[in-house]
Design a protein around this ligand. Sequence first.
Ligand SMILES: *Cc1c(COP(=O)(O)O)cnc(C)c1O
Length: 453
Amino acid sequence: MWDIEEFESAARVAVEELSRYVADSQSGTARVLNRTPPRELAERLHLPELIEKGGLTPEAFRGFLRAFLDEGTRLHHPAYLAHQVASPDFPAALADFVHGATNNPMAVYEMGASAATVEFEVLRWMLDKVGFPDGGGVLTHGGSLANLTALLAARARAVPSAWEEGVPGDLAILAPSSAHYSVSRAASILGMGQRAVIPLPTDSLGRIDVARLPSSFDRRPIALVAGACATGTGLHDDLRAVGQWCRERGIWFHVDAAHGASALLSERHAHLLDGISLADSVIWDAHKMLRTSGLSAAVLVRREGDLDAAFQQQASYLFYGDQGFDLISRTVECTKAALGLKVFLNLAWRGERGLGDYVARQYDTAHRFWELARERPGFVLPYEPESNIVCFRYGDGDQTVIRERLMADGAFHLTSTELDGVRHLRVTVMAPATDERHLEALLDTVAGGRSTT
Ligand SMILES: *Cc1c(COP(=O)(O)O)cnc(C)c1O
């Protein structure tokens, strides 16, 4: 049984240490990341000893947690400009804590009526935002699984017998080469093979070129995948034009809006998603721009029945008395976390408006970075950003050397990506703490050799 007093004092320690951690991160006083080698780090955190002997107390937990937090990557830090995972907001963090203590994982409704109901309402809200009044949805552990689930629904529509009989050899998924790698992975997992992914014509920035879409294919397309936005560039496909093209040909239109769907909440940016309501399926990651921890991703379909058709599974001990609101028949997962609660608490605290303002602010800050960088000698910016993702090069040298230098100094954390075969540095403005001063400091540091913040 839990010793309630011990729990309370340990939880208090966690709150105190996390508060300090977020405060030091937001103010930018700590290093943004560390990369201590695992063996050395295991010793520093006393992991082998603790695993073997146990015996952690609230006070010893403080020491452990402080070191653990210090050695990690700080997503609240203004110099965190790297991977597209959320700088989490605290209501979502509380949801993770509540889930950890209650563990109501809703495979079936009776495992957690409140957690499941929260998920239904969050999905209903998302369906309304993308424009699927008769749609259905489910939350999954991440966008990769969400893409797989949506493409499985597309396969079920094209070849209803595939669940029983396996897949015919002539199926295809149409996608630009800028599509997230989980799309081509899904092709293999679905038994279609990599060769089933037919690359669509694009412009030099990886956007689908609708005018050059072929009039016929050697294989039967089960779906066309468009990006909103593309992971590498943060640029959006023309959803309306692509969606109309799919409609005319009866091809399932899947919009991978893992990153970009949250822009629907910003009046000034919702136009980027124009045409999303033409989709047959959409995915939307809350752990990117809705500020939840990983993971919480939505699969949304235009026709509710399409999700149920995706999984034609019999499991008599679980499915026998399906009351019509069990989520298990719509997911790869059996047990899953209370994924709706963290989205809900962020909404309940900040409002749809607050989350939309956050998205707008991050997109604006990235745009400001583009303006500032363009004015400086040596910086090349291949396109005007549409989201909070910006790609650039500095000088003619190896860009990865610049990235390594910034990370080794603990000064800035960026990523890099290839555009049209050329490696670029890539900034993703995730933390609300990042402002123009940090962007100027980044430009100084990239150009100046040594790092200063
Ligand atoms: C991040 C991303 C994914 C994958 O989502 P995960 O939650 O990391 O699995 C898929 N598509 C796009 C466009 C993304 O940006």
